[in-house]
Design a protein around this ligand. Structure first.
Ligand code: CTP
Ligand code: MG
Length: 383
């Protein structure tokens, strides 16, 4: 398999997007537009390397956008897109790849599937571009007046990434120096190469105007609300207190379990894992893993809270119910609630702790143990 490098052109000024900061560095849901675009290529199994062509005047912004990504050094672009691509190709000649995919930084919606289809097509074609057949009737206008209706048969709107055998497109760009060609397929055509059109993707649009930036913010920054629930029971054993929601409550018995058997925090943790869609207590803290034995359940909760933070999940509310006949818990409710709020680093208003009995029925009624359940709601980035 020939190696494939993605060359991302990001040296434009973004004048039509109308802000001082070039659009590729605009904040989209917490990270620069360029980071969204790079993510699609950086993590793609068919892409061996990613290089970015930039305007060095914006080097600080570039460094922020690629923080944490493993890329080669940026390449200085030129006054036009064509000049920027040419500079990028020349910079790749030292370690020339077999294929190059040339892509606009301003197309952040590019999908893994489209990248794969362009790479696949390069097995049989030297030049490949994705596009969409033009669906609208086409009018030619002069000063706002229609002068002709143009046939749209055979007309396609070009997208990127456009894929090429590296040597062929490098040579084509060298021949095209000084011309004003707006995409690399046009450069290939000018050199007489056969250019294969494949089906593009409807949402692979280019960010051009302020409205486009707003649309990118609402679609890439999409979040969703998710709910998880937890249920758990611990049996009484010898002891002088039970630990519930991080609080020690004096009692004639203790609760049995590997950790402090805090049924209140266990159901809360399971509810968090439920909302995150990531298994349960047993998955993350296997009972035979002695690391967690004897540790307070607040340590386990800290792990779950860290996972929420990592996923950029924000707690909406947590509601815990404890079920037992004895000990009487009502007077401990406010302090349990405060403790849970502080462990979750959440305002008190988002936390609730309820206590109930079972009217003497069942294992709780017979005083054999304590049950708990919890529901957690959070808001997090949509997958
Ligand atoms: N581009 C580039 N070098 C240039 C001009 C453009 O690398 N001299 C890049 C842009 O950064 C963008 C892509 O080519 O990712 C497509 O160009 P376009 O959408 O026209 O972006 P800009 O030229 O930045 O925007 P505008 O034309 O509105 O100024
Ligand atoms: Mg431009």
């Amino acid at each position: 398999m020939p190696s494939t490098v993605a060359l991302i052109v990001a040296a434009g000024r973004g004048e039509r997007a109308g802000s001082d900061l070039p659009k590729q560095y605009a904040d989209i849901a917490g990270k620069p537009l360029l980071s969204w675009t790079l993510g699609a290529f950086h993590d793609h199994p068919a892409i061996d390397g990613v290089r970015v062509v930039i305007d060095p005047a914006w080097r600080d912004q570039y460094d922020r956008a690629v923080d944490g990504l493993d890329l080669g050094p940026p390449i200085d672009g030129g006054a036009t897109r064509q000049a920027s691509v040419a500079a990028g190709l020349e910079a790749l000649t030292d370690h020339a790849p077999g294929n190059v995919l040339i892509h606009d930084a301003a197309r952040p919606f590019v999908s893994a599937n489209l990248i794969q289809r362009v790479v696949d097509a390069l097995a049989t074609d030297r030049a490949v571009l994705p596009g969409l057949a033009v669906p609208d009737t086409l009018k030619r206008c002069e000063t706002g007046i229609v002068v002709a209706t143009e046939p749209r048969d055979g007309l396609w709107a070009a997208q990127t990434p456009q894929g090429f055998h590296f040597d062929a497109i490098l040579e084509a760009h060298r021949q095209a120096t000084g011309q004003a060609l707006t995409d690399d397929a046009a450069v290939a055509e000018a050199a007489g190469m056969t250019v294969r059109m494949i089906e593009g993707a409807v949402d692979n649009t280019k960010i051009t105007t302020p409205d486009d930036l707003e649309r990118a913010r609402s679609s890439l920054g999409r979040r969703e609300i998710r709910t998880g629930m937890g249920f758990d029971v611990h049996a009484f054993t010898d002891g002088a207190h039970v630990t519930l929601c991080g609080i020690d409550v004096p009692h004639t018995h203790g609760l049995a379990g590997n950790s402090d058997a805090d049924v209140g925090l266990h159901v809360l943790i399971d509810a968090i894992f439920g909302a995150l869609g990531t298994g349960d207590l047993g998955t993350h803290f296997p009972p035979n893993d002695t690391t967690w034995h004897g540790r307070p359940s607040s340590d386990l909760l800290a792990v779950a809270v860290a996972m929420m933070k990592e996923r950029d999940a924000r707690l909406i509310n947590a509601d815990i119910t404890l079920i037992c006949e004895r000990p009487r818990l009502a007077r401990h409710q406010p302090v349990m609630r405060e403790r849970v709020a502080s462990l979750l680093d959440a305002p008190l208003s988002r936390i609730n702790v309820k206590v109930t009995s079972t009217d003497g029925l069942g294992f709780a009624g017979r005083g054999e143990g304590i049950a708990g359940s919890a529901v957690v709601t959070m808001d997090l980035p949509a997958p």
